[in-house]
Design a protein around this ligand. Structure first.
Ligand SMILES: Cc1cc2nc3c(=O)[nH]c(=O)nc-3n(C[C@H](O)[C@H](O)[C@H](O)COP(=O)(O)OP(=O)(O)OC[C@H]3O[C@@H](n4cnc5c(N)ncnc54)[C@H](O)[C@@H]3O)c2cc1C
Length: 411
C-alpha cells in the first residue's frame, strides 16, 4: 500500500482542529501540535469562581462549508438566529440600532466613486478616505482615544476592529444602489439584511462552552487517528525552501506543514525581520444575569465615553451571562456596568446583574495589522509558495476564510 502523506499542523485552535479532521479523512497521517495544554486557541473559555464565560462573542457560522463536515451533533452545538445591534455615539449623536453591527450615522454619504481601487489592498487611511470628512475625522479621533495611530494600519485592521462597513442610515435607498453598483462601496457601506432583501441567518455556539467542545473535538480527532501533542513547541527550520520542525529535540520533515498559529517565529526563521505584532491590552468583564436571556445577542459599541467594543448577552450552561469586551486595561468597572444597564434598558430587556458574580480578565488582543506586517507577511507568503508550508491565511480575520483556505490547500 502507498505510504500516507505526512502532515503536521501547528496550532490547535478551531482552524487547526478542523483542518486536522479533514486531512485525516483525506488519508493524511496527521500530527497536531499546540504549545498550550489544551485545544481551543482563542476560543478557550474564561473560567473563574467555578463558572465559565465565553471569552468573546465568537459565533460559529452554520452556513460555512466546513461546518457541515464536522460531527456537530456530537459536539453539542446550539443553533439560533444571529441577532446583533449597535450603539454609536462617536458621531455626536446617540444611535441605537438592531440587526446591524457597524458604526451608524445620520450623515449623508457622498462618494467620489473610485471603483478601480481594490479595497482589499488598501491601507486603513485610504480606506476611510471614501467617507465624508466629518466621519473620517471622528473615526480618527476614536482610534486616537485608544492610542492607535491609524496611519500605521493596514486596511485589514478594519474588520477585526468592526469598522469595515459604516451604516449611513439616512440614505438607505441610495446606499442600496451604490452597493449594487460597486463592489468597493459594497465593502465600505453597511445596510441591514432586510434592507438588502436578504433573509435571516443563523449562528451557533456550544451549549456547555468551548472548552467542553474542544475536549470532545480532541476525542473525535483521536478516533480519526490524529496524533495530538499538547504543551509542545515546534521550532521551524528552513532548509532552502523546505520547512522542517524541531519537536522535542527531534528534527522532522513532514510532506506538508500547516501553520495556523501566530507566524512571528516562522517568518523570523526565514531570515525576515520581527513582525511588529500590534496589539491592545484590555480588561474584559464577565457577569451573570438574574435570568436566562430571551435571545443570544451582541451589541457592538462605538463610544467616545466608554472603551467598550462589544456587549454579548447569552445563555451558557442554562444561565444568562454577559461578556463585555473592552479596548483598554484601565477601566472603571462601575461605569461599565452602569452603561451596560442602560443598554439593557434601551433594548427593552428586564435583565438584572446578579450580585457578586462579576469577574474580569486581562487580555492582549491582536486585532490590528500594521502596514509593515501586512507587507512582510504577503512577501513571506509569496516567497514560500511552492514549499511544503501551507500558510494560515493570517491576514484574514474571519474563521471561515482561514479554514476554507486550509481545506482547499489539502486537496
Ligand atoms: C475578539 C475576537 C472576536 C472574533 N470574532 C470572530 C467572529 O465572530 N467570526 C469569525 O469568523 N472570526 C472571528 N474572530 C477571528 C477568529 O477568532 C480567528 O480567525 C480564528 O477563529 C482563530 O482561530 P485559529 O485556530 O486560526 O487561531 P487561534 O485560535 O489563535 O489558535 C492558534 C493556536 O496556535 C497555537 N500556537 C501558536 N504558535 C504556536 C507554536 N509555535 N507552536 C505550537 N502552537 C502554537 C496557540 O497556542 C493556539 O492554540 C474573532 C477574533 C477575536 C480576537
Amino acid at each position: 500500500m502507498k505510504n500516507k502523506k505526512t502532515l503536521v499542523i501547528i496550532g490547535g485552535g478551531i482552524s487547526g482542529c478542523v483542518a486536522a479532521l479533514f486531512a485525516a479523512k483525506k488519508n493524511y497521517d496527521v500530527h497536531l501540535i499546540d504549545k498550550e495544554t489544551k485545544l481551543g486557541g482563542i476560543l478557550k473559555d474564561v473560567a473563574q469562581k467555578d463558572d465559565i464565560y465565553f471569552r468573546a462573542c465568537q459565533y460559529i457560522n452554520p452556513e460555512a462549508s466546513w461546518y457541515k463536515e464536522i460531527p456537530f451533533k456530537e459536539l453539542d452545538l446550539q443553533e439560533f438566529s444571529h441577532e446583533k445591534g449597535t450603539y454609536t455615539d462617536i458621531f455626536d449623536e446617540i444611535s441605537l440600532e438592531r440587526n446591524i453591527a457597524g458604526p451608524s450615522t445620520s450623515e449623508k454619504f457622498s462618494p467620489e466613486i473610485r471603483t478601480s481601487d481594490k479595497i482589499h489592498d488598501l491601507n486603513f487611511v485610504d480606506r476611510i478616505e471614501f467617507y465624508p470628512k466629518k466621519i473620517q475625522n471622528k473615526i480618527r479621533k476614536w482610534f486616537m482615544s485608544f492610542n492607535i495611530d491609524i496611519n500605521k494600519l493596514s486596511g485589514k485592521s478594519a474588520t477585526p476592529f468592526a469598522v469595515g462597513r459604516i451604516f449611513f442610515r439616512g440614505d438607505i435607498k441610495k446606499i442600496k444602489l451604490l452597493k449594487e453598483k460597486s463592489k468597493t462601496l459594497d465593502d465600505l457601506l453597511g445596510l441591514k439584511r432586510d434592507e438588502m432583501n436578504l433573509g435571516n441567518i443563523n449562528a451557533s455556539l456550544p451549549n456547555n462552552g468551548f472548552d467542553e467542545f474542544f475536549l470532545k473535538f480532541n476525542s473525535i480527532l483521536l478516533q480519526n487517528k490524529v496524533k495530538i501533542s499538547l504543551g509542545t513547541i515546534a521550532k521551524p527550520i528552513w532548509d532552502h525552501k523546505t520547512l522542517k520542525l524541531l519537536v522535542k529535540g527531534k528534527e522532522i520533515k513532514p510532506d506538508k506543514i500547516i501553520w495556523t498559529g501566530n507566524p512571528t517565529g516562522l517568518i523570523k526563521s526565514f531570515g525576515y525581520p520581527l513582525l511588529e505584532s500590534l496589539h491592545i491590552k484590555s480588561k474584559d468583564i464577565f457577569f451573570e444575569l438574574n435570568d436566562k436571556v430571551k435571545e443570544n445577542i451582541y451589541i457592538q459599541i462605538y463610544s467616545s465615553k466608554h472603551p467598550i467594543s462589544r456587549i454579548f448577552f447569552y445563555n451558557l450552561k442554562n444561565k444568562g451571562k454577559v461578556t463585555i469586551e473592552t479596548l483598554a486595561s484601565e477601566i472603571n468597572n462601575d461605569e461599565i456596568i452602569e452603561f451596560t444597564k442602560k443598554i439593557i434598558k434601551s433594548f427593552n430587556y428586564t435583565y438584572k446583574v446578579k450580585e457578586n458574580t462579576l469577574i474580569s480578565n486581562n487580555q492582549k488582543k491582536y486585532i490590528l495589522i500594521s502596514k509593515k506586517d501586512d507587507e512582510l507577511i504577503r512577501k513571506f507568503i509569496q516567497e514560500t509558495e511552492g514549499s511544503n508550508l501551507i500558510h494560515g491565511n493570517w491576514l484574514e480575520h474571519g474563521r471561515d476564510q482561514k479554514i476554507d483556505f486550509l481545506i482547499r490547500n489539502l486537496n
